[in-house]
Design a protein around this ligand. Structure first.
Ligand code: 5GP
Ligand code: MN
Length: 325
């Protein structure tokens, strides 16, 4: 599953770096923060001095992660002492964030689990059979015989539980659950992490969810359904853009609905699309045909303009994909 020789090259490259910079994707989720902090802990525990960056910095929901204060907003330029640039959980170079687009440094190492990742680093460890980037990192730490502290185990487990929808999605297998069990032995607390990730949503996030749920439209003989977010939903509820994480799972939870989608109309005229499948439809291939990507069961697209027209095109592609089911 994991290429040992390639992993060893990455371990050696990481071990040789004094001041690596670690990056994760825009609109970061549990796996983005989890993998950023997990690799951060592993390197710090070895006496290295990693910098941890993500667009917008830490968000309140993941502040419970040990070391969360280490995560900083993307700087205009990389710290000059940076000697290794690592991209985590980020399916395309673009998704590292606006500031990084003008950085001259190449990406030295990509560690990811997105099947659509084009391998934009010098060394690329992309393992799509593992359902979270923290799961890929755990394999790397084990091969390297690097100590995994309880703090690190908490970060690794958080990425694993959030990216598998609490171990519910199809990518979850015996290997995943075995890794989760090892992380619990190392100090991750499943009930506490579940409380922080799933039982602590803010009133603003709850209000946004209610408003978005009300937009549901069921189509294609009840085999698909979609939700809509309009720009003024945020002002009306007090929620922030990060509060959309997880809303789409609700559509896909309806019996018989094979594809769920969510269309967020942006104030700048753009459109953000999230797609989810229960397994029969490959939504990565739908997303890829519009320039997006992700996984078979969860993918996304971003359009810069023509929001309504593009929404209709994506809905037509979804109809096509479920018509024969
Ligand atoms: P979400 O719907 O949770 O934002 O994203 C689902 C999956 O699709 C994630 O794994 C994410 O990395 C990927 N994804 C979301 N939006 C895009 C996009 O615009 N481009 C690409 N390549 N992948 C995306
Ligand atoms: Mn991930």
């Amino acid at each position: 599953m994991v290429d040992k020789a390639l992993t060893q090259k990455i371990i050696d490259r990481l071990a040789a770096s004094k001041s690596p910079a670690l990056l994760a994707h825009i609109r970061p989720d549990g796996d983005a923060f989890g993998s950023l902090l997990a690799l951060g802990h592993a390197l710090r525990d070895r006496g290295q001095r990693p910098s941890l960056f993500v667009e917008g910095g830490m968000i309140p929901m993941y502040q419970f992660l040990p070391g969360s204060e280490l995560v900083l907003d993307l700087p205009a330029q990389l710290p000059p002492e940076t000697d290794c640039l690592v991209a985590l959980d980020t399916s395309t170079r673009d998704r590292l964030g606006q500031n990084t687009h003008s950085w001259p440094q190449p990406i030295d190492i990509v560690i990811d689990h997105h099947i659509s990742n084009p391998a934009y680093g010098k060394l690329n460890l992309i393992v799509s059979e593992i359902p979270s980037t923290t799961g890929v990192l755990f394999e790397l730490f084990q091969q390297a015989s690097w100590k995994v502290s309880a703090a690190n185990a908490t970060c690794l487990y958080t990425g694993l539980t959030t990216d598998t929808g609490s171990f519910r999605y199809r990518g979850t297998n015996a290997h995943t659950l075995h890794a989760a069990a090892q992380l619990v032995e190392l100090g991750a607390d499943p009930a506490e992490i579940a409380k922080q990730c799933y039982l602590s949503i803010t009133h603003e996030r709850f209000a946004l969810r209610k408003m978005v749920s009300n937009t549901i439209s069921i189509k294609d003989n009840k085999k698909s359904a979609f939700l809509t977010i309009l720009p003024d939903f945020y002002a009306k509820t007090g929620a922030k853009s990060e509060d959309t994480e997880g809303i789409i799972e609700e559509v896909a939870s309806i019996q018989g609905v094979e594809v769920g989608s969510l269309f967020e109309f942006m104030p700048d005229g753009g459109l953000r699309v999230s797609l989810r499948s229960k397994g029969k439809v490959d939504v990565n291939s739908i997303a890829s045909s519009f320039g997006g990507g992700g996984h078979k069961a969860a993918a996304g697209i971003r359009f810069a303009k023509d929001a309504e027209k593009n929404r209709d095109l994506v809905l037509a592609a979804i109809s096509q994909s479920v018509v024969a089911l």
